[in-house]
Design a protein around this ligand. Structure first.
Ligand SMILES: Cc1ncc(COP(=O)(O)O)c(C=O)c1O
Length: 389
């Protein structure tokens, strides 16, 4: 961004420019390249859910819904948490509907943090975390995840806690690495939170995209964690409606209430006609969730094979839409430079993982590709990338 464009930007946001997703999607649009940068599917979710939204639009659900969300959706979220994880929630006070997970994350940090607090999160991190921690007046403390395994270093985790730590912000399954935190890692994080009286905020938007027979384990299900964890998720990824922006935050009344106080001054309410449709979606039979997972797992395998053929080092993900790679086997060093040139060289757009790291040396050679695309698109992208070598 040119200096003049930033002349009015608050110092709170001085380090944040245009998100990488906007930058790379604009590059894809300009060059006509295949966009494996941004994580949105190129096919819509179930037709019956679209019909439910149309019905709500035609049925007059077009004015402000209740602040916490319509009762049917709050009940559906509570039922989903019970059905998949055995978590018991009162839809009146322990469930809040938000404008996507993005707003829930922002409202959680704004509603729960004091200026001077510290929030621990893992790098590479989803970019809104750093910006919202900064907006809340808190400071981020990062624990670095490194390929190939992106494992949590227990010493680094312990060292990140200080007397100012307010919360751990955990994303599992994790974007951009595709890592699913192991039970051992979750236990360790939970033990620190319990011992130090620290809150947990979890971003579980990829909860239904966990592969190879693994299970998603919400941190809130671990002993002593339900009372200190705010769990966030959304409909975008699970039902392939990323543009509807229906999300939710669940947890103990006092946490949800703090988040709602912030949320009401951000958007007040969210997406009236989409709320009944997502309530219906959350009740879809197991077969929907199973086939969605199987489909994405097959797409992961398809793209990973293509990326390996193209000569990249591939870090096969256990979950999410994303696979990260190391470009050094191609004789390249800098992921940002590589991604800026990729549309011209190969007609494909990807995202440099370095933008999600504060530790630039770790992130520099890493590049993320999204596989939530039609098979023909993945195949074409792989064919184009194979010319790189
Ligand atoms: C880790 C993570 N959290 C949150 C979001 C945003 O979710 P929503 O679209 O529901 O706001 C994304 C979207 O890519 C994500 O990857």
């Amino acid at each position: 961004m040119a200096t003049t464009e930033r002349a009015f930007l608050s110092t709170k946001l001085a380090e944040f420019g245009t998100t990488i997703f906007a930058e790379m999607s604009a590059l894809a649009a300009r060059t006509g390249a295949i966009n494996l940068g941004q994580g949105f599917p190129d096919t819509d979710g179930p037709e019956e859910i679209v019909e439910a939204a149309v019905e709500a639009l035609r049925g007059g659900q077009n004015q402000y819904p209740p602040g916490p969300g319509i009762p049917a959706l709050r009940e559906a979220v509570a039922a989903h948490q019970r059905r998949f994880y055995g978590l018991e929630l009162d839809p009146d006070g322990e469930v809040l509907i938000t404008t996507g997970a993005t707003e829930a994350i922002a409202a959680a940090l704004l509603g729960l943090c004091e200026p001077g607090d510290e929030v621990i999160t893992f790098e590479p991190y989803y970019d809104s975390y750093a910006a919202c921690i900064a907006l809340s007046g808190a400071t981020r403390r990062l624990v670095t995840l490194r390929p190939p395994g992106y494992a949590v270093d227990p010493d680094a985790l312990a060292a990140a806690f200080t007397s100012r730590t307010r919360a751990v912000l955990l994303n599992s399954p994790h974007n951009p690495t595709g890592k699913v935190f192991t039970r051992q890692e979750l236990d360790l994080i939970a033990a620190h939170c319990r011992e130090r009286g620290v809150l947990a905020i979890t971003d579980e938007v990829y909860e239904h995209l966990v592969f190879d027979g693994r299970a998603h384990v919400p941190l809130a299900t671990l002993p002593g964690m339900a009372e200190r964890t705010l769990t966030i998720s959304s409909a975008g990824k699970t039902f392939s409606f990323t543009g509807w922006k229906i999300g939710w935050a669940t947890g103990p009344r006092a946490l949800v209430s703090a988040v709602q106080t912030a949320k009401q001054y951000l958007t007040y309410v969210s997406g009236a006609p989409f709320q009944p449709a997502i309530a219906q979606a959350l009740g879809l039979p197991d077969a929907y969730f199973e086939s969605f997972r199987a489909e994405l797992q097959a797409k992961r395998d398809r793209l990973c094979a293509g990326l390996e053929m193209a000569g990249l080092e591939v870090f096969r993900p256990d979950g999410t839409y994303f696979v990260t790679t190391d470009i050094r086997p191609l004789g390249e060093e800098d992921g940002h430079v590589f991604c800026l040139r990729l549309p011209e060289r190969a007609g494909v757009v990807a995202v440099p993982t370095v933008v999600f790291y504060d530790d630039k040396d770790v992130g520099r050679p890493l590049v993320r590709f999204a596989f939530c695309k039609r098979d023909a698109v993945i195949d074409e992208a792989a064919a184009r990338l194979s010319r790189l070598g």
